[in-house]
Ligand binder design. Sequence first.
Ligand code: ASP
Length: 276
Amino acid sequence: FRAMADGKLLPLIVFSIVFAGVLTTMGRRGESVSQLVLGLNDALMKFVMLLMKVAPLGIFCLVAAQFGQVMGDEAFTEKLGSLAWYMAAVIGGLAVHFFVTLPAILFLFTRRNPYRFIVQMSEAVLTAFSTASSSATLPVSLECAERRAGVSRRSVEFVLPLGATINMDGTALYEAVAAMFIAQGLGIHLGPVEQATIVVTATLAAIGAAGIPQAGLVTMVIVLSAVGLPLGAIGLLFTVDVVLDRFRTAVNVFGDAVGAAVVEKAFRTIGVGRAD
Ligand code: ASP
């Protein structure tokens, strides 16, 4: 409770994971607590949605203040320029992950042709890009992975729904870049320990993000507070987040499909029942 009151998110995450794990071992006795937590979650989500209605005004004030402080002239274009670099860094990183790392993992574990796999999953990737939501893309991902890419139903149904909420490599990458951008913009030097903390917290924050538009921006708070960066800087990132969200969601969805193909292979190797 003290961690909650002090806004210390890492201890809260660790506690929640262990607490939820314990609940799963309690059978029926744990059910009422689970229901209470689920109900609280739904209520808080509604509350956040309500707040989001006034968010545009708040964001306008935050961003206008940031740009106002630099008082036009060169500093203004400099700020815009750094924002463009930030976007390029996020999109470049995501592109490397999408076209190099994930295909390499797919090939290494399954010997599938990774670029054919990209084409087979293209409809899901494009849907993710246009909806910016892994959860909304789930039906299309299921269809593409099973029908077009030929991944076994057993693996697809096990991995994709899980992946849509917890496996977000694009979001993790984005959150790490964003934290570094904020630190550099403010001239704060982050040593190896802080950078390692960013890697760990960005991964945890991405796991905690829901598969809905701009959820990653909300969980950024975890990363920034873990290394003591000011939360107000998120306002500046918000201005370009509509664009970046689409790219990272496409990577998230493709990452899930690669996961499904790898798990299918693992099922076959260890001989867990028939593949379908
Ligand atoms: N929009 C992303 C997704 O649904 C989550 C995020 O905001 O990073 O996968």
